[in-house]
Design a protein around this ligand. Structure first.
Ligand SMILES: [Fe+2]
Ligand SMILES: [Fe+2]
Length: 172
């Protein structure tokens, strides 16, 4: 069984990951409305990954014999001023998630919960990739000077495909 504080922190993180999926679907919706299907697809894949992250936390809490306590998912923003704004928000959000995961890793260390500390290592590495991917998109979006460049970025973004995260292999 998980320590009560840890159970709450992991349940909260599962909720945050579900919110991430919700936020990225809001961005996908905005991009679809802007007729940018490639970038919208990039965001749909991002949202799928976030749902998987939520599920990984969910499964882990169950595996430890504890109950998953899910919280309230707030409404995501509806409108964004530009594609650059979308990716600025993405980068800021991913940094928040990283800080949240680091906070749980610190809690795990302080209560000597070695299993949770090891479990979180996958997420610590994943966040490095997530921040990097979002920052790359932001730098590319910020460089766009015209609609033609945006069209090309949209085409490139459409190549992103969903890959099931390793911790879920054989579990969904
Ligand atoms: Fe995530
Ligand atoms: Fe993420």
């Amino acid at each position: 069984m998980l320590d009560k504080k840890m159970q709450a922190a992991l349940g909260e993180q599962a909720t945050k990951e579900f919110y991430s999926a919700y936020l990225y679907m809001a961005m996908a919706s905005h991009l679809e409305a802007q007729v940018l299907p490639g970038l919208a697809k990039w965001m749909r894949v991002q949202a799928q990954e976030e749902s998987c992250h939520a599920l990984i936390f969910f499964n882990y809490i169950c595996e430890r014999g504890s109950k998953v306590e899910l919280g309230v998912i707030k409404a995501p923003p509806k409108d964004f001023k530009s594609v650059t704004e979308v990716f600025k928000h993405t980068v800021a959000h991913e940094r928040e998630v990283t800080a949240s995961i680091h906070g749980i890793a610190e809690l795990a260390a302080s209560i000597k919960d070695h299993a949770t500390k090891q479990f979180l290592e996958w997420f610590v590495a994943e966040q490095v990739e997530e921040e990097n991917a979002a920052e790359t998109m932001l730098r590319q979006a910020a460089r766009l000077e015209d609609d033609k460049a945006l069209f090309l970025l949209d085409k490139e973004a459409s190549a992103r495909v969903f890959v099931l995260p390793a911790p879920l292999a054989g579990k969904v």
